[in-house]
Design a binder for this molecule. Structure first.
Ligand SMILES: Nc1ncnc2c1ncn2[C@@H]1O[C@H](COP(=O)(O)OP(=O)(O)O)[C@@H](O)[C@H]1O
Ligand SMILES: [Mg+2]
Length: 223
């Protein structure tokens, strides 16, 4: 089976007038199905740039990114959107929930975009909310629940389409230490159940929960 993520000499540079600024240089790594990996790095190291490419929001300038064996560089914008919507779940530091939708509505949204029939949507949302301990909160709006609960909603939303990859950008960055532990324990469980997780963090204790940690320094992986 092809790795979920495989990058081969992936480079990203931005044009600034006549200059080209190199942000990622010759990044080569793989993540197999079922792995849990952490990427650490200082501000400006290129973490978000890499995550955007891994999440099919952007393309490399050179080199290759293969997602489940398919070369992303060759994909059309429509195909990339399709991969993003069906196969990648995103979790953000700021939760990114829609304030007007209740908990169930936020989790259901990707299924509506994916044209999943109503009965199946209701079934999936109920199953996930029960598993995440959010069933009692299903009619609450995001501003009526705690930070830890918001991140649980975001994780439920990320999982609702059974993605082959979960990308988490500083998922505990806005949480207190008790809630951080709660979310990390949830990610541990999800990984044990077979989910492939790639997490960005700048906290060593958080990264220690992953099976493997890569350090990004000035756009390159440190040895
Ligand atoms: N669209 C862009 N145009 C030019 N430079 C960019 C752009 N996006 C990011 N950069 C530069 O790339 C470097 C890495 O940024 P980023 O990936 O956001 O780092 P991190 O997430 O690790 O803090 C920074 O020096 C940033 O200024
Ligand atoms: Mg960043």
């Amino acid at each position: 089976m092809a790795p979920v993520i495989q990058t081969i000499d992936l480079c990203k540079s931005y044009r600034l007038g006549a200059q080209s600024i190199s942000v990622l240089e010759n990044i080569s790594f793989s993540v197999n199905a079922g792995e849990y990996i952490a990427i650490m790095g200082h501000s400006g190291a290129g973490k978000s740039t890499l995550l955007n490419i891994l999440g099919c929001l952007d393309k490399p300038s050179a080199g290759d990114y293969r997602f489940n064996g398919a070369s992303i560089g060759a994909c059309s914008a429509g195909r990339l959107a399709d991969i993003r919507n069906r196969q990648i779940g995103f979790v953000f530091q700021n939760f990114n929930l829609l304030p007007k939708l209740d908990v169930a509505g936020n989790v259901e949204l990707p299924l509506i975009y994916g044209n999943v029939p109503r009965r199946e949507r209701v079934r999936r949302v109920e199953e996930l909310l029960k598993r995440m301990g959010l069933w009692e909160r299903r009619r609450h709006k995001p501003n009526e629940i705690s930070g830890g609960q918001k991140q649980r909603v975001a994780i439920a939303r990320a999982l609702v389409k059974n993605p082959s990859l979960v990308l988490a950008d500083e998922p505990t960055g806005n949480l207190d230490s008790h809630t951080t532990e709660d979310i990390l324990a949830l990610l541990d469980t999800l990984n044990r159940e077979g989910n492939t997780i790639l997490m960005i963090t700048h906290e060593t204790e958080v990264a220690a929960r992953a099976g493997r940690t890569l350090r990004l320094v000035d756009g390159k992986f440190a040895a």
